[in-house]
Design a protein around this ligand. Sequence first.
Ligand code: GRG
Length: 303
Amino acid sequence: MTSPALAADDFPAALMEAARLTDMVLGKLLAVPEGPEARVVEAMRYSALAPGKRLRPFLALASAQLFSVARRSALQAAVAVELVHAYSLVHDDLPAMDNSDLRRGRPTCHKQFDDATAVLAGDGLLTYAFEVLAQPDTHGDPAVRCELVAALAQAAGAAGMVGGQMIDLLAENDPTLDIGAITRLQRLKTGALIALSCEAGAILGKAGAEQRLALRGYAHDLGLAFQIADDLLDIEGSAAETGKPVGSDAAAGKATFVSILGVERARAQAAHLVRQAVSHLDLFEKKADLLRQAAHFVINRRA
Ligand code: GRG
């Protein structure tokens, strides 16, 4: 099996390469068909190919690299998680949820198209992710493909991202929300898909229990650090940098890690989580250097 060619000693280059590969595959998968249904695929393309960091595909590719998974297989998983992520952003921005006009520096999907098309585009992106994972290109062993489909469904569904989003919507203006409740909410809403991105590499590589546990620990801490950094960016970042409105958490009266801990303690907690995330990777030795660098990137990013 050939490995995904991400430069192990140069994280920015590796992240760019992961984005390039992901966008190349997404571009092919989201070819616009003839006929009136073209509009929904245009909306899917518009959202999925908008400029994002492609952090989740990077995590899938870098985790797969630990187990020398073939590049074509790893890319299928990388693209599937990005399709689910893109769907979640399209639906999250809808008037019925965050009612946001700006995403990835562009008008949100429902602003560019219309609300109904954005609902359908999200549905199309989500379902396409499972179609991609089910394709023989993903892995020669159907049991591995089934395991990936089940793991992604769990991460995206009511026990994962959808459940976290529900709790988030109910939690607006809830003064009783404490740090434990926010941690659980964010583990589901943001952490589950980040964890799945890492786990996908282990599933494709048929990794052993010890390796899976280590990656799970890494992904858990990384997801929380990512979310704290996101909360900090909502306060300290600018729309020009993040490509989305800032200050929206405070405006919505949302309890966040930052509103509860304060800026300094939140930043210290994120740094602690990154150290902890990195420590989970010891058994992979130098092979996990990219994932170590990714953990530092997550809390130092400006977008
Ligand atoms: C609608 C079911 C449903 C879920 C939505 C993930 C999510 C749940 C909403 C996104 C809202 C949000 C801004 C959450 C904070 C963390 C997050 C997912 C940020 C966006 O991810 P990045 O920074 O975005 O990786 P890019 O654009 O770089 O891909």
